[in-house]
Design a protein around this ligand. Structure first.
Ligand code: SF4
Ligand code: SF4
Length: 176
């Protein structure tokens, strides 16, 4: 398979420094509002701080890829001797959970590293150095990956079925 150069962007999460202020959720949802910065709704954020007061944990999770199939197994996390929910720290957008889904449409939300900005905004607003941004070049195999629109359509198809989706599109086409 052909090789190509790819710029890889990463955010390292130093979870033990997080105090749960949720500034990252606020700026992310505001940056992705339409129009930009017109509203704040943490449910639309592509970073979510998993918290559990009784267990004293604050753990930022950044939204990853849409996963069409539910996991066959479940992971368990044991941190400082305490056990956490099987899916709590997973980055995938899947049918099992409501996290990382646009609240009005159910479409998957994926971190885009704040496209157009020099540095991700969640990294800029985090005063505790929890989030550390890094860019590097890697040689990878060229592959055909579904684009964002295709992933969104696949998510709607999985949730609502082909018949309902076709009905909605037909109705929209009539109004257009
Ligand atoms: S802004 Fe930083 S400290 Fe605040 S919740 Fe987000 S990761 Fe944690
Ligand atoms: S990098 Fe940007 S899009 Fe990704 S979680 Fe942070 S603020 Fe949201």
């Amino acid at each position: 398979m052909a090789k190509m150069k790819k710029k890889v962007k990463t955010i390292t999460v130093n979870a033990d420094k997080c105090n749960g202020c949720r500034a990252c959720e606020i700026i992310c949802s505001s940056f992705h509002a339409t129009p930009k910065y017109s509203s704040v709704n943490p449910a639309r954020s592509r970073i979510q701080v998993v918290s559990h007061r009784l267990k004293d944990i604050m753990f930022p999770v950044v939204a990853g890829e849409y996963a069409p199939a539910e996991c066959m197994g479940r992971d368990k996390y044991i941190i400082a001797g305490k056990e956490y929910d099987e899916c709590a720290f997973c980055r995938a957008v899947c049918s099992t959970r409501d996290i990382f889904k646009e609240p009005d449409t159910g479409l998957p939300l994926k971190c885009d590293m704040c496209e157009g900005e020099d540095e991700p905004l969640c990294v800029q607003v985090c005063l505790n150095d929890v989030l550390v941004y890094e860019e590097r070049e890697e040689e990878v195999e060229a592959e055909d990956k579904p684009d964002e629109l295709e992933q969104s359509l696949q998510a709607l198809l999985d949730d609502h079925g082909l018949e309902k989706l076709a009905d909605i599109l037909a109705r929209m086409a009539e109004k257009a």
